[in-house]
Ligand binder design. Structure first.
Ligand code: PLP
Length: 347
């Protein structure tokens, strides 16, 4: 597959903005920075952040065993995904393929970018219909989004099907691994080099506990990363975010410990909810949430709100009739949820 041919024509040879700090690559000795019209009085944040986020990438590269040139950082996955749209999809011409029920941002970003949307619903077991997807694809189908573990269903896609899609889809395949740290399945990261059309997105918003700093990570071939780099806003990751991310990435033990707790709470919550009469089904989860089917999602959602508990009502999503998506909270929060469910059930 020729990746260059997939890139939008106007992007292929674009001249990117060269920031003052991009041009400066000399020694780190005591330099006198009079190049970027910054306020010279030091307060820790008076200088522009590193446009290539070298320190963060270096750390991620070590943790994930991936070359720094295969990493791009974004202001949340949202920015990463938007860059991917803008690099590969010609507005009013190209389209993407998504597999509902899935993460809502793919559709929103397609609409913003005037990119068409082809939907191929998952099976009732929430797996991709590989043959249908491949048959639906045309030469305008530039990107296929695979969210695995999937939001809101919580399951991972079968490896074999993903592999078939990676090999046979003639465009970019984005595997959104926002929830990978909670999964029993392995990340596709270590197989990045096998598939030139593969882009993997991850985030610090979920397992790493840093939704507030907005840091999304994109892994792909050097060629793809180069293209995305050429169109990203020069200073897209602010200094505070880079500092906080570094700090957290250097304390992986804490993250690992929290993931363990969340997974054990997920199991406990599932067992407790199973005993509630109006809960009809609890779907297996590889994520930090549970999708459950109840008798009447709108009614139960309203009752939870009255009890000051906010969950996500997914009843209007395809294949999700009467389903609620519940994030795993702290043990105390989960206990409150269980108590409220029991109280509602006994009324
Ligand atoms: C939460 C989530 C993200 C994370 O988005 P950020 O912009 O990085 O916070 C990405 N993809 C999916 C499927 C999600 O559920």
């Amino acid at each position: 597959m020729n990746i260059k041919e997939l890139v939008r024509e106007n992007i292929r040879n674009i001249e990117s903005y060269s920031s003052a700090r991009d041009e400066y690559t000399e020694t780190t000795a005591n330099m006198c920075f009079l190049d970027a019209n910054e306020n010279p009085f030091t307060n820790g944040l008076n200088r522009y952040p590193d446009p290539q986020q070298k320190a963060v990438k270096e750390t991620l590269s070590k943790i994930k065993n991936i070359s720094e040139q295969s990493i791009l950082l974004g202001n949340g996955s949202d920015e990463v995904l938007d860059l991917i749209f803008r690099a590969f999809c010609e507005p009013n011409k190209d389209e993407i393929i998504i597999l509902p029920p899935t993460y809502g941002m793919y559709k929103v970003l397609a609409n913003i970018n005037a990119v068409g949307i082809k939907e191929v619903q998952l099976t009732v077991g929430f797996q991709p219909k590989t043959q249908t997807i491949l048959l639906a694809a045309t030469k305008e189908s530039k990107i296929l989004f695979l969210c695995s573990p999937n939001n809101p269903t919580g399951n991972s896609f079968a490896k074999k099907e993903v592999e078939k899609l990676l090999k046979q889809f003639n465009g970019i395949v984005v595997i959104d691994e926002a929830y990978i740290d909670f999964s029993k399945e392995e990340s596709w990261l270590q197989r990045l080099e096998e598939f030139p059309n593969l882009i993997i997105t991850q985030t610090l918003s979920k397992a790493y506990g840093l939704a507030g700093i907005r840091l999304g990570v994109c892994y792909a071939s050097k060629e793809i990363i180069q293209v995305l780099n050429s169109i990203k806003p020069p200073y897209n990751i602010n200094k505070l975010t880079q500092q906080k991310a570094l700090f957290q990435l250097n304390d992986i033990e804490k993250v690992t410990d929290q993931i363990k707790k969340i997974k054990s709470e997920r199991k406990r919550l599932a067992m407790a909810l199973k005993k509630i009469p109006f809960v009809e089904k609890i779907y297996d989860s590889d994520a930090n949430f549970l999708l459950i089917k109840v008798d009447d999602a709108n009614k139960r959602y309203g009752q939870l709100i009255k009890n000051q508990i906010v969950v996500r009502n997914r009843t209007n999503q395809p294949l999700c009739k009467n389903c609620l998506r519940i994030s795993i909270g702290t043990p105390k929060e989960n206990q409150v949820l269980i108590t409220v469910f029991k109280r509602i059930a006994s009324n």
